[in-house]
Design a protein around this ligand. Sequence first.
Ligand code: PGA
Length: 250
Amino acid sequence: MPDTLVAGNWKMHGSRAMVRELLGSLSRRAIPRGVEVVVCPPYPYLALAAELLQGSGIVLGAQDLHPEPQGAFTGEVSGSMLRDLGCRYVIVGHSERRQHAQESSERVALKAEAALREQLTPIVCVGESEQQRERGETFGVIGTQLDALTARLGATGTARAVIAYEPVWAIGTGRTATPEQAQEVHAFLRTRLVRLASELAAVRVLYGGSVKADNARQLFGMPDIDGGLIGGASLKADEFAAICDGAEGS
Ligand code: PGA
């Protein structure tokens, strides 16, 4: 079995002093056995983070990338640049980008493909809004988001990706999905992946949305939850380390 993955999405938070303090503190701790720990700081701090993480075993990731390898795209960052800085993972299709940057599932799939081209592992986010859940559209929405990805990557590419189920109503709200609610969607995703190709049973499916130290172990203990994508709680060393501990043995 691949390691349980715990990835911290710092979003637009941080400063050089904060990066030094947080990563200094995290890198002094032992990484729990069977857990892969990733941090995704904002672009300007990736180089500093790479330096601070040397020898720590903590892996570096980024929060987004442009689908093209280079070109006249002012303000954008390519996968090859991320690779050059030492990133191994990159988040794509976070709901905040789907919402604020109008990213379609097709564009998210192009970004995931660009990541794979650069030997980066894309963490592809899917998730329904509160209204969609209330209208009973959860599986339809998530199925469509996943299908756009698998249509572009095929089984071979999808096997190299990580999926993150992040219900939009649970992100930054403190309203974590119950382990049962999350498991139901994870099982749906797993079934859909396996229907495409049996080897996709091994794709890691993370849960994200108000994961905290006190609910992490229960969530990660569910059969189809292979780790977490952590926002707010990844900015506090003790809290994030406790979440990583909660992934041990799951
Ligand atoms: P949260 O964010 O943990 O602060 O809810 C999760 C995410 O957006 O990835």
